[in-house]
Design a binder for this molecule. Sequence first.
Ligand SMILES: [Zn+2]
Length: 58
Amino acid sequence: MSENTITNRAAETQTVHTHRTVCDGGGGAGGHPKVYMDMGQADEVVCKYCGKKFVFKG
Ligand SMILES: [Zn+2]
C-alpha cells in the first residue's frame, strides 16, 4: 500500500534571498530536472515545471 497518492497539491511559495534560485520540484518521483532561474529585474519567478513560486526577500 502506498500513501503517496496526493497529486493535486497547491503550488508552493518559497522565500529566497537571491535573485538566482534553483528548483527540482522537491526531487524524487514528484520532482523534475533541476533548473536554474534568474528573476532579472523582477522580485519573483515561477518554476515552469512545477509552478512553484519563488519570492525574493532581501
Ligand atoms: Zn520546480
